[in-house]
Design a protein around this ligand. Structure first.
Ligand code: ASP
Length: 308
């Protein structure tokens, strides 16, 4: 069996034309590279795929460049409501949280749901109580409310739009949802996705990111997938699971599976977004219908690559 490790992360779908050049572009690329190098270390010393995706997702949540954790976008009330999930491909166990606020690292809470409860998903106040019970501290609103996020929200509100973080909203600063997939040296796969959702979304709206089979999926038999884009499109097509099924039932390779999955998203619902995938052999693949998707990868212990 291949005993190398692979890791892939994304920082959201959509155009980043506004940062194609200059220091902002460098910051995105630097961030992606640093996170990948941390994940590489975890996997290279024998850490599990679950550990690697959690470490990467936490680092991305802690970076205000991205639409997750401290960089989350604002809902119609100007508040942060986040969704996150993590899934272990070795036994299909999963943990998810939705509609939570004042938690710095939703992906850690999702992992606690997996580890400490018999449930897959906790939402809203119940999830927050559970966080408290686990000793997770609540962070104040001001931790999330950055100047850029407030401006971005006000622009979307003025136009009456609900937008993807990287959509052209007439804002200078666009940020993006995050995800990580990994294969460890033992051949186990894992996936994690974390988001603040879409800008100016309805209060209580939950997207695809915490929904197993839509925005996140991992199965050692097939692949690990994390999605980004308009969540409703991914929920209606159950896209992450569909891509896994393409590998299992049609024996497609990683590249063909994401290609056909994204074609389905486009053809059936004119879906806007993208996916990253690692298959059971550690092959990395990605596809998207948006102009761009920030992502980076390490395939079977190889060089660190990134693209946006
Ligand atoms: N998929 C996320 C959601 O709809 C948004 C994103 O990926 O940027 O909540």
């Amino acid at each position: 069996m291949n005993n190398n490790y692979s890791l892939m992360i994304h920082g959201g779908a959509g155009t980043l034309d506004h940062v194609k050049e200059g220091k902002d572009a460098v910051r995105y690329l630097e961030s992606i590279r640093i996170v990948l190098e941390h994940g590489r270390y975890v996997l290279s010393v024998g850490g599990s795929a679950m550990e690697a995706v959690e470490v990467c997702a936490v680092m991305l949540e802690d970076d205000p460049l991205f639409n997750a954790g401290c960089g989350s976008v604002l809902n119609e009330n100007g508040k942060v409501e986040m969704d996150a999930a993590i899934m272990d491909g070795s036994d299909l166990s999963a943990g998810a949280v939705a509609g939570i606020s004042n938690i710095a690292n939703p992906v850690m809470l999702a992992r606690l749901v997996l580890a400490k409860t018999e449930h897959v998903m906790l939402v809203g106040e119940g999830a927050m109580r559970f966080a408290e019970h686990c000793g997770m501290e609540r962070v104040p609103d001001k931790y999330f409310l950055t100047k850029q996020r407030i401006q971005q929200y006000e622009a979307a509100k003025r136009k009456g739009q609900q937008l993807l973080d990287h959509d052209a909203a007439g804002q200078e600063q666009k940020l993006g949802t995050i995800g990580a997939v990994a294969r460890d040296k033992q051949g186990n796969l894992a996936a994690a996705t974390s988001t603040g959702g879409i800008i100016n979304k309805k209060w209580g709206r939950v997207g695809d990111s915490p929904i197993v089979g839509a925005g996140v999926y991992a199965d050692n038999v097939t692949c690990a997938v994390s999605a980004t884009g308009y969540g409703e499109d991914f929920m209606r097509t159950v896209l992450a699971k569909r891509i896994s099924d393409l590998i299992e039932l049609k024996n497609l390779d990683a590249n063909l599976a994401v290609k056909q999955g994204i074609e389905y998203l486009q053809n059936r619902v004119k879906g806007r977004g993208g996916v990253i995938l690692i298959d059971r052999e550690g092959r990395c693949a990605s596809a998207f219908t948006t102009k761009k998707m920030i992502h980076g990868w390490i395939e079977n212990g190889g060089e660190t690559m990134h693209r946006f």
